[in-house]
Design a protein. Structure first.
Length: 296
């Protein structure tokens, strides 16, 4: 079987699922998800992750094809050896060493991972469509919503579908201890201007983890709809679904909005993304950002 460790928020878990699904289909074996590190409610030591946030299992809102792995199914080296903060420190050291096949060595596409056998444990973030592009249609099917959307979400979907819609996503909270870059409104205005020179914009739909702040502080030169929390769903899946219905995108360095844009099947969509995804601009993101997307 293929087992993949889940960590991070919904966007990260979707990347982790996608690579696991690709390998499970390749070898025709079951896919199982290791939720140990999501369930381990011990705060990450400050020196490892200053802005650490606990995360929950978020993939149960989708039509995924996977089960939760049992502890007995996880090999010794991939289990928590100790408990508490010590376990997290040891795990961080082991991940830096990355000496086990199936452990991600860095933020880049590693083609050799796809050659691993049918009994593989995957540990990493795997943030590249190159791992699953061959089964893109299956991944899109797996990430359809399991439960019916709310009436408020249906109404918003109709409005998005019936106009030349532009999705603007603002990420107000940044985890990762400064690992990701931050962007001001100048970035968004440039992105909107770029798209407006090539496509018609009739309405902008704003999505955010702080929609109240957006309403109070943002004004675009287009009719603007601020998508309220009554469309959010249990775990934000309503927002993700509505984002995927838009025709064009200006997104921040967020895996959540990455998936919103990627799942969109809008023909000839334009996706504007930050030129520097990480605070360290030397990190190459060629494998993370699809070639057709525009970096500003």
């Amino acid at each position: 079987m293929i087992i993949v460790r889940l960590s991070g928020g919904m966007g990260n878990q979707m990347f982790q699922y996608a690579i696991g699904r690709a390998l499970s289909i390749r070898h025709n074996v079951p896919l199982k998800l290791d939720t140990t590190f999501l369930n381990h409610r011990i705060k990450m030591p400050h020196f490892l992750r200053p802005n650490f946030n606990f995360r929950n299992f978020d993939l149960d809102v989708f039509n995924i094809q996977a089960e939760i792995a049992q502890p007995s199914e996880i090999s010794f080296w991939n289990r928590p050896i100790l408990s508490g903060p010590v376990m997290l420190v040891i795990d961080a050291i082991l991940r830096k060493l990355a000496f086990i096949p199936g452990w991600e060595k860095g933020p880049f596409f590693d083609k050799s991972i796809l050659d691993l056998g049918p009994n593989t444990y995957l540990q990493g973030f795997w943030q590249s469509q190159k791992y699953f592009i061959d089964i893109a249609s299956q991944i899109r099917k797996d990430f359809t919503l399991k439960d019916p959307i709310s009436q408020a979400t249906k109404n918003m979907q109709l409005e998005i579908n019936n106009t030349e819609s532009l999705c603007v996503h603002l990420r107000r909270t940044h985890g990762g201890g400064g690992y990701h870059s931050k962007y001001d409104m100048d970035y968004y205005n440039k992105g909107i201007k770029y798209i407006s020179e090539k496509k018609k914009i009739e309405k902008i739909f704003v999505f955010s983890d702080d929609i109240v702040w957006c309403k109070e502080n943002i004004k675009f030169d287009y009719p603007t709809i601020f998508v309220d929390r009554d469309c959010e769903g249990k775990k934000g899946e309503g927002d993700l679904f509505l984002m995927s219905q838009c025709k064009n995108f200006v997104i921040p360095n967020s895996t959540f909005s990455w998936w919103g844009a990627w799942l969109s099947e809008s023909r000839d969509k334009i996706v504007v993304t930050p030129k520097d995804w990480y605070a360290n601009s030397k990190i190459n993101t060629d494998d993370l950002i699809p070639e057709s997307w525009v970096r500003i």
